[in-house]
Design a protein around this ligand. Structure first.
Ligand SMILES: CCCCC/C=C\C/C=C\C/C=C\C/C=C\CCCC(=O)SCCNC(=O)CCNC(=O)[C@H](O)C(C)(C)COP(=O)(O)OP(=O)(O)OC[C@H]1O[C@@H](n2cnc3c(N)ncnc32)[C@H](O)[C@@H]1OP(=O)(O)O
Ligand SMILES: Cc1cc2nc3c(=O)[nH]c(=O)nc-3n(C[C@H](O)[C@H](O)[C@H](O)COP(=O)(O)OP(=O)(O)OC[C@H]3O[C@@H](n4cnc5c(N)ncnc54)[C@H](O)[C@@H]3O)c2cc1C
Length: 676
C-alpha cells in the first residue's frame, strides 16, 4: 500500500527527478504545513485523516470520473458521500468544520455532490438567521443528515440584483401562513446546487409581502419533497438545469411554487419577524438577510487559494519530471522547471496561493468576530466586512483562474488532457468568479465604500476612516524600495489611493456636469473597479507580510520571505504603470523590481517542489492515484506519469473495442462508396 503523503522522506521507487528536488529543499514540509493550515494540530489532523481515508477502499473513486456519464457521476459522488457518512464519526471530529471540509474535498473532489451545499449553504443560514426555536426544529435533523437542504436564491431572471427577486412570500392574515409563488418563468429559482434531484428542503429567498407592501428579500425554510417518497410536494415544480462547465456530479436545479403554503414559523426570524397580526419587526441592519453571503465570501480566499495550490502541485511536480530541450549540457535534456519562463509562469502563482490562504484565514476570523457581535446585537462591523469580502472574493477568484490556466499551459499537451485533472479544477474555481456575487458587481460594492472613504478624507475627516482605508489620507512621501517590504506597501498605498481619488473625482465631475448619480457611476465604473482591485491587492500583500513576520522557525521564515518578495515584486510590477504615470516610481526603481523578481525565481527554484508538497494534498485528492486503479496521473507524488498516462488511455471506453460503430456505420460506407 502506498502512503499518500510524507514530508522530506524519500520513498524507494519514486521518480529520481522528484527525489532530487525533495533533497534540495531547505525546510521541512510538515513544518510548512503547520504554517499553511494555521496550527500543528490542524496540519497533523489533515495527515491523519488522509492516511485513514487511504485505507478505506470504498472511499476511492471506482472509475476515472471523466469517463463517466452525468448520471454515473452523480451516482458515484452520492455513493462516496454516503459511504463517507458512515465512516465520518470515526474519522473526524464532527464539530470541526475544517476537518469536515478537508475530508469531503479529499474524498469527493471537485465534481460536486448532493451534500456539498448542505453544509456550506443550507446549515449556515439556518444557524445565522434562525431563532433558537427554529434551531431546535431543524438544525439537529440537518446536522444528522436526516434531511438534505440547499440555498435557493438566484432566479432565471435575477441573480445579482436580489432586490428584484420575483418569487413572493405573501403573508395570509387569515391562515397565518406565507404563500410562496412563482409568478413568471423568470421567477423560477435557477442554479441552486443540489436542488434539482437531491434536496428535500431548501432555504428559499423570496420577497416578503405583507398587506401589499414589499419588504424585500427574506429567508424561509421550505420542505420541497416528501420525506418518504422523495416526490415533489403538490404545488412544487423542481428539476435539474442540465450539464455545466464543471460541478457535474452535482444537480444544480430549478424550483417553482404554485401558491405553496408554509407556516408563519418558517420565516427565519432570529433578526426580523412577522407577527400574527402582520406587524413587521425590522432587523437591526437593513442587509441582515445578506449576512450568509458575507460568510461564504469570507471563506473564498482560503478556498480558492487551495484550488490553485492543487493545480500548481500537479504542474510543478510534472515540470520536475518532464524533460525537454537543452541548456548548456547537450547530453541531457533539462527539466522544464529549469526554464525561467516556466518558473515565471508557476512561482508567482505559488506565492499567490500562499497569500490567498493566509489572507483567507484572517478573513474567516474576521467573519467569526462579526458573527459573535451580530449575535449580541452589534452590526457595526457589517459594512466593513461586506466591502472587504466583496473585493477579496473578486480578486482571488480572477487570479486563481489565471493561475490555474498557467498551470495547465505549463503542462503542455498533457495539461489539456483530463488526465491532468486541471480542467476540472479550473471549471470549479472559475465558477467562483460568478457565484456568490458576480465579480464586477462585487467590485462595485467595494467601490461604494472606497468613494465614501475618499469623500471623508477630502472633507478633512481622516479620523473617521477605518483602519482598512486610513492610508487614503496619508501624505505622499517617496520611498526607497531597497529598504524592504514596508516601502513596497507604501508604494502600493500610493497607487491605490491615487486610483481611488481619481475615480472619485471623475465621479464627482460627471455629477457636477449634470449627469445623474447612477449614470455618473456607470460612466466611471471601470475606473472604480480598478480602484477596488488595487485596494484589495494591497490588503492581500499586507496580510502576507503580517503572516511572515509572525513566523518564528527560521528555515520556514527564510523560504516564505523569498516567496513574499516574489509576490511583492510581481504584484508591484503588474501595477507599476499607475506609479510611473505620476512620477512616484522612477524607471530605475522599475528596473530594480524586475531584477528582484528574477532573483526571487532563482531563489525559489530549489524549494519549488517542496513548497507545493507542503500543501500535503494526497494523491487521492489530486485524482492522481486511485487505490483500485493504478492509473491517473500528472500530479502523482511518485512522479511516474508516463506509464500511468498510457494506462489511463487504455482505460478509455473507446478502447474497449477495436472497431467503433462510428466506423462501421459511417466511415466504412463512405470509404467504400468513394472506391466505386
Ligand atoms: C462539507 C464541505 C463540502 C466540501 C465540498 C468540497 C469541494 C467542493 C468545492 C467547492 C464548492 C464551493 C462552493 C459551492 C459553489 C457554489 C455556491 C454558490 C452559492 C451562491 O451563489 S448563492 C447566491 C449568491 N448571490 C449573490 O451573491 C447575489 C449578489 N448580489 C448581492 O449581494 C446584492 O444584490 C448587492 C449587494 C449586489 C446589492 O444589494 P442591494 O441592491 O440590496 O444593495 P445596494 O447596492 O443598494 O447597497 C445598499 C447598501 O447596502 C450595503 N450592503 C449590501 N450588501 C451588504 C451586506 N451583505 N452587508 C452589509 N452591507 C451591505 C451596501 O454596501 C450599501 O451601503 P451604502 O449605501 O452605505 O453604500
Ligand atoms: C456553479 C454555480 C453555482 C451556483 N450555486 C448557487 C446556489 O447554490 N444558490 C443560488 O441561489 N445561486 C447559485 N448560483 C447563482 C449565482 O449566485 C449567480 O449566477 C450570480 O450571483 C450572478 O448572477 P447572474 O447570474 O444574475 O448574473 P448577471 O447579473 O446577469 O450577470 C451578467 C453580467 O451583467 C453584469 N452586471 C449585472 N449587474 C450589474 C451591475 N449592477 N453593474 C455592472 N454590471 C452588472 C455582470 O457583471 C455580468 O457581466 C450559482 C452559480 C454558479 C455558476
Amino acid at each position: 500500500m502506498t502512503m499518500v503523503f510524507l514530508n522530506k522522506e524519500i520513498r524507494d521507487g519514486d521518480n529520481p527527478d522528484l527525489t532530487e528536488e525533495r533533497k534540495t529543499a531547505t525546510f521541512d514540509t510538515n513544518k510548512m504545513a503547520e504554517v499553511i493550515y494555521g496550527s500543528e494540530k490542524l496540519a497533523r489532523r489533515r495527515r491523519e485523516i488522509s492516511q485513514a481515508v487511504s485505507l478505506i477502499p470504498e472511499l476511492a473513486d471506482s472509475k476515472p470520473l471523466p469517463f463517466l456519464s452525468r448520471n454515473e457521476k452523480i451516482l458515484e459522488s452520492t455513493r462516496k458521500v454516503t459511504a463517507l457518512n458512515e465512516h465520518l464519526p470515526r474519522l473526524i471530529n464532527m464539530n470541526d468544520e475544517d476537518e469536515a471540509w478537508h475530508i469531503h474535498s479529499e474524498v469527493i473532489g471537485f465534481e460536486g455532490n448532493p451534500l456539498a451545499l448542505h453544509h456550506s449553504l443550507f446549515i449556515p443560514p439556518l444557524v445565522i438567521q434562525g431563532s433558537d426555536e427554529q434551531h431546535e426544529k431543524w438544525l439537529g435533523r440537518a446536522k444528522r443528515r436526516e434531511i438534505i437542504g440547499c440555498y435557493a436564491q438566484t432566479e432565471l431572471g435575477h441573480g445579482s440584483n436580489i432586490r428584484k427577486l420575483e418569487t413572493t412570500a405573501t403573508y395570509s392574515l387569515s391562515t397565518q401562513e406565507f404563500i410562496l409563488h412563482t409568478p413568471t418563468i423568470n421567477a423560477l429559482k435557477w442554479w441552486p446546487g443540489a436542488l434539482g434531484k437531491s434536496s428535500n428542503h431548501a432555504v428559499v429567498v423570496a420577497s416578503l409581502i405583507i398587506k401589499e407592501q414589499n419588504y424585500g428579500p427574506h429567508l424561509f425554510m421550505v420542505q420541497i419533497r416528501d420525506e418518504q417518497s422523495h416526490e415533489p410536494l403538490p404545488g412544487i415544480a423542481v428539476g435539474d438545469i442540465g450539464p455545466k462547465m464543471a460541478f457535474n456530479g452535482a444537480d444544480n436545479g430549478f424550483l417553482g411554487f404554485n401558491n405553496f403554503r408554509i407556516p408563519r414559523g418558517n420565516l427565519l426570524n432570529r433578526h426580523c419577524n412577522v407577527e400574527v397580526d402582520g406587524t413587521y419587526v425590522r432587523p437591526p441592519h437593513d442587509k441582515m438577510n445578506y449576512a450568509g453571503m458575507i460568510r461564504v465570501r469570507s471563506r473564498m480566499a482560503a478556498e480558492q487559494g487551495t484550488f490553485m495550490a492543487q493545480a500548481l502541485t500537479i504542474a510543478v511536480r510534472y515540470s520536475a519530471v518532464r524533460r525537454q530541450g537543452f541548456l548548456e549540457n547537450k547530453s541531457q535534456e533539462v527539466k522544464v522547471l529549469d526554464y525561467q519562463t516556466q518558473q515565471h509562469r508557476l512561482f508567482p502563482a505559488i506565492a499567490r496561493s500562499y497569500a490567498f490562504i493566509f489572507c483567507g484565514f484572517e478573513t474567516i476570523q474576521k467573519y467569526e468576530t462579526l458573527q459573535n457581535e451580530m449575535n449580541s446585537g452589534n452590526v457595526s462591523l457589517m459594512a466593513d466586512l461586506h466591502a472587504l469580502t466583496s473585493g477579496i472574493k473578486s480578486v482571488v477568484t480572477y487570479q486563481t483562474g489565471e493561475g490555474i490556466e498557467q498551470a495547465r499551459m505549463a503542462c503542455g499537451g498533457h495539461g489539456y488532457s483530463m488526465a491532468s485533472y486541471i480542467s476540472e479544477i479550473y471549471g470549479c474555481a472559475i465558477g467562483g468568479c460568478t457565484y456568490e456575487g458576480e465579480n464586477m458587481v462585487m467590485l462595485l460594492q467595494l467601490a461604494r465604500y472606497l468613494v465614501k472613504s475618499v469623500e471623508l478624507a477630502m472633507r478633512g475627516k481622516p479620523g473617521d476612516l477605518g483602519p482598512m482605508v486610513a492610508y487614503l489620507a496619508y501624505p505622499d512621501i517617496k520611498v526607497d524600495l531597497v529598504t524592504g517590504p514596508e516601502a513596497y506597501v507604501k508604494m502600493f498605498q500610493h497607487i491605490s489611493k491615487r486610483q481611488s481619488i481619481k475615480a472619485t473625482e471623475k465621479f464627482h465631475r460627471k455629477m457636477e456636469s449634470g449627469v445623474s448619480r447612477d449614470e455618473a457611476w456607470n460612466q466611471c465604473a471601470v475606473e472604480l473597479t480598478r480602484a477596488s482591485r488595487l485596494h484589495t491587492r494591497l490588503y492581500i500583500i499586507e496580510t502576507f507580510i503580517r503572516r511572515v513576520d509572525s513566523i518564528e522557525d527560521l528555515s520556514i521564515k527564510m523560504v516564505l520571505t523569498d516567496l513574499m518578495n516574489l509576490h511583492l515584486n510581481y504584484e508591484l510590477l503588474d501595477v507599476a504603470s499607475y506609479a510611473l504615470e505620476d512620477g512616484f516610481m522612477s524607471s530605475t526603481q522599475m528596473g530594480f523590481i524586475k531584477n528582484q523578481l528574477y532573483s526571487s525565481l532563482e531563489k525559489i527554484r530549489p524549494n519549488a517542489v517542496s513548497l507545493v508538497d507542503s500543501f500535503q494534498f494526497s494523491d487521492l485528492q489530486l485524482r492522481s492515484n486511485l487505490l483500485n486503479f493504478l492509473f491517473q496521473v500528472l500530479g502523482r507524488r511518485d512522479g511516474h506519469v508516463y506509464q500511468n498516462l498510457f494506462e489511463w488511455a487504455k482505460s478509455s471506453p473507446l478502447n474497449q473495442t477495436e472497431v467503433l460503430p462510428s466506423v462501421t456505420q459511417y466511415l466504412k460506407p463512405m470509404m467504400e462508396k468513394a472506391k466505386l
